[in-house]
Design a protein. Structure first.
Length: 367
């Protein structure tokens, strides 16, 4: 699979020192830019250069899939809801599409396991900006119902993971310098809850999401479904790949592949939402050290996502309380990542005009 490299700590230290010099030159207090400075230092580390280069081609890879667990009555939406959501994104009529456009993030949609397609919708196409052979990305027609059956077969799980790695390679080879993976589909959050619970040895009550407006009856159904799925998944907990196969599905397995390959290819990633965070938890188990290449976009209210982020030792950049499709909150974070680079560059110029600091600042003194 390849070794995961470490980000350049020396470049991060140089950027931290430069931030302090800017502050001295402009009479600003230490740490006055907060997370913007932290993001600039992170980008310097993953790019291996200070000051960090501007983000030129951010790309989102959104994996669309249905989950059989939705058949247990956990959601108020009728059959075909995933396909309709996908069609809305393709048409530009969804929060995900609007925010991606506003953030300047290229959007690639891949039907990896949608159960019902929409007549006439170019499922998997990303408005003509991506490959035309998306059909071979499709792993199956809907993920299995995980409270009764495995989400994927062994062969399907491997194909999904490899597909994710291949998607990352294609985008990076085409010039992507920031990736945002996400899932779109009814039931992905329940699959994510089971994956996180299995990998972290949590109980269903710890990961079930009550904040989405579910009534008591639907909340109990969801808790029971997670309990039954977790009972089937726990024996596989030591093996993250098997957890993705049994409980995650094609979308989560593919996101894990994207995350691992991006780390191997030294490409920064913003993760956001329950499915991406659960996949990240599994990906870190599969390729330790990958998390150093990831930034968490927003503080998702979903408890499974929060448990995963905590276990990864990461902290969200913003808190927007977004509950729609994965990656939506990450687009807002992408704007801040771009702003962090531009702010550092502009302040460098301002500091130079102000004459700079009187003395160099030793990176070891930065706290």
């Amino acid at each position: 699979m390849g070794e995961v490299p470490e980000p350049d700590a020396a470049a991060a230290a140089v950027e931290q020192a430069a931030a302090h010099r800017r502050a001295l030159a402009l009479n600003l207090p230490r740490g006055s830019l907060g997370k913007l400075s932290e993001v600039a230092a992170w980008l310097a580390a993953v790019q291996g250069v200070s000051p960090p280069r501007p983000i030129a081609r951010p790309r989102a890879i959104v994996l669309a899939a249905d989950h059989g667990i939705a058949d247990a009555g956990l959601y108020p939406w009728p059959p075909g809801a995933t396909a309709r959501r996908l069609a809305a994104v393709i048409a530009g009529a969804s929060p995900l599409a609007v925010l991606a456009r506003r953030a300047g993030v290229g959007l690639r949609l891949v039907d990896i396991a949608v159960g019902t397609t929409v007549d006439g919708a170019p499922v998997g196409d990303d408005a003509g900006t991506g490959p035309s052979d998306e059909e071979d990305r499709r792993i199956r027609t809907g993920n299995g119902r995980i409270d009764q059956d495995d989400a994927l077969t062994v062969a399907e799980a491997e194909r999904a993971f490899v597909t994710g790695r291949r998607l990352a390679d294609e985008e990076i080879d085409a010039g992507a310098d920031l990736l945002i993976p996400g899932a779109l589909g009814v039931g992905a959050d329940t699959a994510a809850a089971v994956v996180v619970a299995a990998l972290r040895d949590h109980e269903p009550i710890d990961v079930v999401d009550r904040g989405d407006g579910a009534d008591d009856a639907r909340w109990m159904l969801r808790t029971a479904a997670i309990r039954d799925a977790l009972r089937r998944t726990r024996p596989f907990a030591p093996d993250a790949r098997s957890v993705l196969r049994v409980a995650g599905g094609a979308d989560l397995a593919a996101i894990a592949g994207v995350l691992v390959q991006a780390a191997i290819r030294r490409t920064p990633v913003i993760i956001d939402g329950p499915a991406a965070c659960a996949a990240a938890l599994a990906a870190e188990r599969l390729a330790p050290g990958s998390r150093a290449w990831w930034l968490v976009g927003s503080d998702c209210p979903d408890p499974a996502a929060r448990h995963a982020v905590e276990a990864l030792g990461l902290s969200p950049l913003v808190d927007l309380k977004i509950r729609v499709d994965d990656a939506t909150g990450a687009f807002a974070a992408a704007v801040l990542v771009t702003a962090a680079v531009e702010t550092a560059a502009d302040l460098d110029a301002a500091a130079a005009e102000a004459g700079g600091a009187e003395a160099d600042v030793d990176a070891a003194d930065i706290t």
